[in-house]
Design a protein around this ligand. Sequence first.
Ligand SMILES: [Mn+2]
Length: 313
Amino acid sequence: MFEAILQAIQAYDTIIIHRHNRPDGDAMGSQLGLKHLILENYPEKTVYVVGDAPGYFGFMEGAVMDEIPDSAYNGALACILDSAAPHLISDDRYTLAEKTIRIDHHIFCQQIADVEVVDTSFESCCGMIAELAQESGWKHNPLSAKSLYTGMVTDSGRFRYDGTTARTFRLASTLMEQEFDTNALFRDLYADDFASKQLKAKFILKIQFSPKNVAYIYTTMEEFQALNTDTFTVSRAMVNTMADIRGVDIWVNFTETEKGVLCELRSSKYNINPIAVKYGGGGHQKASGATVADRETAMAMLADLDEIMEQNQ
Ligand SMILES: [Mn+2]
């Protein structure tokens, strides 16, 4: 599967690894994991990691990005990870490289690199890098293993989402053979600030139910302003306070803002994406979003989600 990728990595002395903007655990994990794998197995090579700041994932070892001049790309190989489109790639200087390769698990949009392996059957890009390592007979070290494991865990929702397969566990087991502290990793990933816990408690008390048991939270402009926080924290970060309620298969978080009512739609069972699309939004089958004009439209969306429940009863 990765012959051409392996050949390219073997052929270049300098390899610069890119990933998408505003990195998640999979973007950071695949970037750092591949770096440590190359350095472990080809110690004479020079490997750089580039891109914007790691944000939440700053706890990962080696997460500080390299600052390199344009000239570093002369005669170099650029490797693009976990990115489906050029505008998503952090640091567009990959175009300066002599050759480019890409490894990704998102739905294919367009060719970006000279050599590409895109496979949506993988739960994570980290899983693809673990497969590349296995196929190439590369040795892991604790850093490469922990980095890749981080992305497998986050992109699979702790081995829970649909993309999780027997292969996911086979590859994860190759990583677990290395010594690293999974307890420390899970603390870094999932420990919450007390203020965030309190906010979630407030939101849990606001949950309401439609006639067919779609859970929803509606935050008015007045309430939103009183919380004195950003739209992301109220909208996307709060939607899953409604996850895992027994008997609730669909849930939606509505937030009134100056731009309209933000709608975050989730399901553990049904494809709610067409409803988001109907209201001008998009996303994934079980996690989508849209922004609608007013409360009335938001309630029409809620009725449409109710209709999905009705049809499946
Ligand atoms: Mn990913």
